[in-house]
Design a binder for this molecule. Sequence first.
Ligand SMILES: [Zn+2]
Length: 440
Amino acid sequence: MLLKHILIFLFLLFSDHFYAQFFFNENYSENNIYNKNVSSSDTDNIYNASNFKNNQIRYNIPVKFWIIINDSTNHKVGPAFLKELIQYLNYYYSINNTGIRFSLRPDYQYINNANIVNLRYYTQAPIQAMKHKSKACINVIIANTLIKKKFLSSRKKNFAGTYNPFSKTVIITRNISTSTLSHEIGHYLGLKHPHRGWKYKRFQEPVSRTKKMPFSNKKMCEKKGDGLCDTPAEPNLTKYTDNKCNYTGWNVTDKFGEVYKPNTHNIMSYTNNRECRNKFTKQQTELMLNTLSKNKYADYWRIDLQKNKAYLPDAFEPDNHRETATEIFFNTPQTHSFNKVYTAKKNTEISDHVDWLFFDLKTTKPQQINLKFSGIKYSFPKIRISVFREKKIILLKEISEESIIKEIKISKALAGKYYVKISQVVENETENFYTIMIGK
Ligand SMILES: [Zn+2]
């Protein structure tokens, strides 16, 4: 209880400006994932980006979502929405070659409480952040709205997201830009805003990259702003960028009279249009990896260690629900695995042992479809396969290492959308991989 009160006190203490300059917020942004028109090539990029085999991935970090709802029968934030969040996260971290990948923890939870659906920034947010925390992952709370209202003031301000440095929790709302979660997790990984301190002459980062600190050999760009020299000094870009990501503060200068030349694409900036943000610099990436290496769970997130093999999700995850099924194309094999999630508690590992796939059959007359299964290195997990046409189940079969035939035939298949649910029957340490191919 005492801690709770101290936290509330701390949050009330900080004024809006102080908080915005030195802590980690994200202003409300009109652009959200659903409103954005994603072209098919965009979607392709997102899918490719989340395929970690294509990149030099060093870490896989599980993300656990806590979704605040007010009526358990009427909530829009389901697995498909969470999958989209994870895909955008992986897209931004992958195109910048950060070496970091994220996965959806299957044990995401709903918090049914009408009083906090519209979360109060100063009072309720820190309490919820302390309350809902799992170990060995990044915790992300999703609220309907995040409202900042100062004590005894009637002014309300909506925020899209924030990072609570005390509990290391990210809080986001349902209507966010595609880059917001990447920004907040950037804070988790040690990044600060490039415009930090710009309003106060004492703290302001100069445009010059060579100016030294008084009585010191350190460059100012290493100490001020975000402490990185490859992110230019900048003012808060919300007011100084247009919708097309152009900088409009041409006459704004630092305290030495130099005009700013900001990077209007940095994920950690406050560009007016949040969709402008898609870049992490080299030093930002180095700082994130450095922060990660000091995280007490980093050892469980490294993908190069043999002991973590069972914890690595395949490239098609998350696909544990019909709504998040991965499309499989004819004659194109996909290798999936059943993985576990490390929870830092004894005997409470979470098994992720379901995969959903779908394919579209376009045909004018009934035809035969073959689902072929194979294992890696002569081992094969015991799996149960259910095939649905639209919502109706048409086939149910179990196959294992002992099965002579690892092929399923659907004879006289009609045109339509088919779903395939594959689940692991017996958990097995060594036989977790299977390859599926669909042929006509
Ligand atoms: Zn921020």
